[in-house]
Write a protein that binds this ligand. Sequence first.
Ligand SMILES: *Cc1c(COP(=O)(O)O)cnc(C)c1O
Length: 376
Amino acid sequence: MQDETLLMMPGPVPMPQRVRMAMARQAINHRGPEFGECLKDINRMLKPMFGTENDCLIISGSGTAAMEASVANFCAKKKMACLVNGKFGERLYQIGKMYGSEAIELSSEWGTPLPLDRLEAELEEGAEAVTLVHNETSAAIKNPAEAVGRLCKKHNALFIMDGITSIAGDEVLADKWGADVVVLGSQKCLAAPAGLSAVSASEKAWENLSEWRPYYLDLKKYKKSAEKDQTPYTPAVPLFFAMREACRIVEEEGLSNRIARHKNLADAVRAAASAWGLELFPVTDALHSYSNTATAICYPEGIKDSEFRGLIKKAGIECSGGQDHLKDIIFRIGTMGATGTPEVLAVLGAAEKAFRQLGYEPAGSGVEAAEKVLNI
Ligand SMILES: *Cc1c(COP(=O)(O)O)cnc(C)c1O
């Protein structure tokens, strides 16, 4: 009996039972001590995942709310340089255009190395803030946060980093890298329900707080309320309880174990692609690497995305296609959160079968290649 679809997408991801159960609660007063404890717990547990000593402010809104809050509060009327090699980098650039005095798009083809030489030139020309997506989910490429942080430090620019699909699944060292403002989304590697996001901000970021700020997403209000263990407006309370439970699971597993597990699962999917005789989509170099939380695989000639993923869906599993111009070019398998060996083998098995049904004979068995990596 199949009563739910296995999500093997780069978010949202399946939630452990404990996380789901944490939401099944009577309403509470969000100005009382119980919610306060919950907020404090989440902040304490998120910090090591961000690699920061700074406080993490929680917003009732998906990852994009935290992206917009970061740019609006800390970059308003600033000259911004936005690194773009995928959909989410582009989103930060769009937000930058709305709030910055100027936003310069420093782009490369989706999934290819970013033009860091152009970034250096823009910083020399006076760019005051830089945006980067650490793990660009749309193309499954991991971007060089540390190198970007070094450039920002050298030129005293503010570094805004989207860590939405790296935090809690891959190594993020915000303080060490000099990432001033870092954002997380709940439904990705944390395996919490969708609808919450978090922002951490450095001393330098707060010194750069814009005079002009949005109303609902005014982070100064979030900071002030956090000092009383509250949020400025009514929070999505059940989601906070679930997020706390998801953070506890990360603590119990141990962050380094969790990161190693994510890497192993992504390695297994990459090994399967290679055994099938298919190319991985990202173009890597010394600074850019494959994502450890999502994998983008190029379709063989003649496979239609809707047919391929339709067959996988029939097997009870959902993975993702390519976004925008990458539709029919790539498909993406997310290996985030609580995902483990059985889920990875299931999606690879379904994909292998779908390829055959659609007339593509894989060069070898992806499932067997993955099993070797997974050590089973
Ligand atoms: C999912 C995601 C987001 C945020 O998307 P929401 O739909 O607002 O949660 C932002 N950046 C990256 C890299 C993502 O993967």
